[in-house]
Design a protein around this ligand. Structure first.
Ligand SMILES: C[S@@+](CC[C@H](N)C(=O)[O-])C[C@H]1O[C@@H](n2cnc3c(N)ncnc32)[C@H](O)[C@@H]1O
Length: 248
């Protein structure tokens, strides 16, 4: 892929996009990130600091290797929705190495004034290696009391958590795993009556790589009101959109 020099000088990691065999995740870079964090000269300043950990992950993604997390621009937009909505139960489909878990769980805690005890953040991640790295970073950030990472396919995990009565309602659902599964996995939540009037559903990457059928599904849904929020994929500053839906 050819990229403008201004983009690669701002984000040197994107020089690797020029390799025709380039893959963008699950190739060992996540283990390199884990080692990078634990050999960081400011490791002590990362302990218990969600914002410092996220800053180092952003630096790694810009300088060394692109990471498929939500990044600071779209992440900030979802974080503001969480601050407004004040969810008690948040479920994310696709946790990767824990970037969005850390950002959003900290936003939940802040939204409740740092005092509410029963906040629940379920991060559902298919890949056990990514989930293990996420658990490590979430613990380092001091958010293990709120976030539980569950390994497996999102659909299976939702059904199991519901059957075990651990998950009975969802205030805020974040879809960020596989665009082609957004509709099916939203339907799993609908069929189990996990979403209630007022619940919010936010889907990432609706423009890039794209989830046009999902957008059509939620826009035509008589039980939902939906709109898009523009945002940037960083590194790269590529335009993308989040689809935000509220259950009527
Ligand atoms: C785009 S990444 C998630 C990024 C993360 N939400 C963040 O912003 O930090 C997508 C993740 O979904 C996971 N995944 C893929 N299929 C899945 C499934 N069926 N259920 C749960 N997770 C899945 C992948 O392993 C990958 O880690």
């Amino acid at each position: 892929m050819s990229l403008p020099a201004s983009t690669t000088s701002k984000y040197p990691s994107l020089n690797k996009f020029k390799d025709e065999n380039y893959v963008e995740s699950h190739d060992g870079r996540e283990i390199a990130l884990l080692k990078h964090i634990y050999s960081h000269p400011d490791l002590n300043e990362l302990r218990g600091s969600p914002s410092n950990i996220l800053r180092v992950i952003d630096e790694f993604a810009a300088q060394q290797d692109f990471l498929i997390n939500i990044g600071p621009d779209k992440g900030d937009k979802v974080q503001k929705l969480i601050e407004d909505e004040k969810p008690t139960v948040l479920v994310e489909l696709g946790g990767y190495v824990g970037y969005s878990s850390i950002l959003f769980a900290e936003a939940m805690r802040r939204a409740h004034g740092g005092t509410k005890q029963d906040l629940r953040f379920w991060s559902l991640e298919f890949d056990p290696l990514m989930a293990s790295i996420a658990m490590n970073f979430i613990d380092l950030a001091g958010l293990s009391d709120i976030v539980t990472v569950v390994v497996g396919s999102a659909a299976d995990s939702i059904k199991r958590l519901h059957a075990e009565k651990k998950l009975t309602t969802i205030d805020f659902l974040f879809l960020d795993h596989v665009e082609d599964l957004y509709i099916d996995d939203l339907k799993v939540c609908e069929n189990l009556s996990l979403l209630r009037p007022g619940s919010m559903v936010v889907a990432d990457n609706v423009l890039r790589p794209g989830a046009p059928q999902y957008r059509e599904y939620v826009r035509q849904h008589i039980g939902m009101e939906s709109w898009s929020v523009k945002g940037l994929i960083i590194p790269g500053d590529y335009e993308d959109e989040l689809e935000v839906s509220r259950i009527k």
